[in-house]
Design a protein around this ligand. Sequence first.
Ligand SMILES: [Zn+2]
Length: 81
Amino acid sequence: MSILIRVDDKFIPLYRVMWVAATPHFCGEEDCTREGYYEIRLEQGESVWANLAERDEMSNRLELWQGGLGPPDEEPGENLW
Ligand SMILES: [Zn+2]
């Protein structure tokens, strides 16, 4: 499993992600280009903006990654005789 995930035009290493927005961005500004996108906050105050599919993929991958780097679909008991 790769530790990189693509958001917009960038590959983001999972360990750089601080948090992922639960709700889409809305600030009410007329010329806002981020409306409806989900903010993904990185270290050092950087952000990237994900669509819903990218946001879901990111949060899924983070959950799997938190559980370790082993294969997520390993069958329990597979290595028992
Ligand atoms: Zn905005």
